[in-house]
Design a protein around this ligand. Structure first.
Ligand SMILES: O=C(O)CCC(=O)C(=O)O
Ligand SMILES: [Fe+2]
Length: 436
């Protein structure tokens, strides 16, 4: 069961104004829940629920716009800016199931205005952007209160977490804190969807903590420590608090980043209703380094191999996980032979997958691509030899004038823009298959 926590002792006022004693009451309960199942429902949390409902309302209007209108606001490049619209099948959160189809749509507002492309459907829906702006400071204030509770639960110095999350109030700081409005659109009545479909794939969140506010439709499930999926039954107007991977690492595994997913409901009254949720992902300031501040639980050490037992930069961690979301596409149907000789049918198989990935996240990993990997490794080998030559030798081969000819060596600091490697001869075959 997911514990219910009454936040009324800390609900009123700014986070700096709440007394230590009041924090302590709530901190104890939160600590107990988050070191256990890793989730709890916060009630009397002080976030005005009518503002959340307004977001549901404007979001529904947005998600019901024609597909071509929504596509105008599609995320440009998720790695650079997470802001904007994602359509059905664009995103999959389950790292090990890269072929699943997530039947959902979402709108993300990057928390830091510096990263925000300022792309909102203002022409179609003038109330849309203001609805998000209206709730932001309430979410920030409530978020800081929870961070303060965590500090108190672990007896940490005041500011350990609140001062590494300044971005919640100062939007000039680089961050991945974001507000996300999710829309699980109505499914067709014959339950005619792909076999591998799910509403939202199994995952744990990436940042510090998450606030998840769901409507009453249901479908959200959480994995318990004994591997059972249990239903996170909606609690009206509650905020479901969830630990992200970074707070799990920060707290030496004591705060458990629970796996969760949203399943497809095929039976009952709610089966074909759309579902809505509003999620506030709190992430540390981009330059924060995360490392266990509490001795690591032995059973969690294995989870932390990915951090190499080193401080992890909050921003890099997020970018790496975005990279893991990049789909893998099997190129084998078109890998053999010259590009003119591959059949239309074989092209079609790969084209469908590539199209889906590139109109979605905008990147994909090609596997079984037919480019002889030993040739690439040979390039690594000879390149390493070259780059390890004395600087004066390398400078003999320096690009004469990058504008006239791009051929030759660039020394450290010389290049401003990141350029694509041009191993064009070897990649020619692959490229022509792709252009086909
Ligand atoms: O919509 C939900 O209830 C879950 C969404 C979620 O877990 C996420 O976006 O990280
Ligand atoms: Fe999540």
């Amino acid at each position: 069961m997911i514990p219910l926590i009454d936040c009324s002792p800390i609900a009123e006022g700014a986070f700096e104004d709440v007394s230590f004693e009041d924090y302590k009451i709530v901190a104890r309960e939160i600590g107990k829940a988050m070191t256990g199942i890793g989730m709890c429902n916060l009630i009397n949390h002080g976030v005005p629920i009518e503002k959340v409902k307004k977001i549901y309302e404007v979001s529904k209007e947005f998600f019901e716009l024609p597909a071509e209108t929504k596509l105008k606001y599609k995320k440009r490049s998720p790695k650079k800016s997470f802001h904007g619209y994602s359509g059905p099948g664009d995103e999959f959160l389950n790292e090990s199931e890269k072929n699943s189809t997530e039947l959902k749509e979402s709108w993300d507002c990057w928390g830091a205005d510096a990263y925000d492309e300022k792309m909102f459907p203002n022409d179609e829906l003038p109330d849309f952007e203001p609805a998000f702006d209206d709730v932001r400071s309430d979410l920030e204030n409530a978020g800081k209160k929870i961070l303060r509770c965590i500090e108190i639960f672990f007896d940490l110095e005041e500011g350990t977490l609140t001062s590494t999350h300044k971005n919640l109030g100062d939007h000039s700081i680089k961050t991945q804190t974001q507000i996300r409005s999710l829309y699980y659109y109505t499914l067709n009545p014959d339950n005619n969807f792909p076999e591998n479909a799910i509403r939202c794939g199994e995952h744990s969140d990436w940042g510090t903590i998450t606030f998840l506010i769901q409507d009453m439709v249901g479908g959200l499930e959480v994995k318990t420590s004994d591997g059972q999926w249990i239903s996170a039954v909606p609690v009206e107007n509650a905020i479901l608090l969830n630990s992200g991977q970074l707070i799990e690492y920060w707290t030496g595994g004591h705060f458990h980043a629970a796996l969760h997913r949203v399943k497809i409901i095929t039976e009952g009254r709610e089966a074909h209703n759309p579902r809505q949720s509003l999620v506030y992902f709190i992430s540390p300031d981009g330059d924060a380094n995360v490392f266990p501040i509490v001795p690591t639980l032995p059973k969690k050490e294995v989870n932390f191999w990915k951090f190499n037992n080193r401080p992890v930069n909050a921003y890099d961690h997020y970018q790496r996980l975005l990279g893991d979301m990049i789909p893998s596409i099997d190129y084998s149907p078109i890998a053999e032979g010259a590009f003119e000789d591959v059949s239309f049918e074989d092209y079609k198989i790969v084209a469908r997958e590539i199209g889906k990935a590139m109109t979605g996240i905008g990147m994909c990993n090609l596997i079984n691509h037919g480019v002889p990997i030993e040739k690439i490794k040979k390039i690594y080998e000879v390149s390493k030899e070259f780059f390890e030559l004395p600087a004066e030798t390398k400078l003999k081969y320096r690009k004469i004038s990058p504008i006239k000819s791009f051929h030759g060596y660039s020394s450290p600091g010389e290049e401003r823009r990141r350029n694509l490697h041009r191993t064009s001869r070897i990649l020619g075959l692959l490229g022509s298959g792709w252009l086909r």
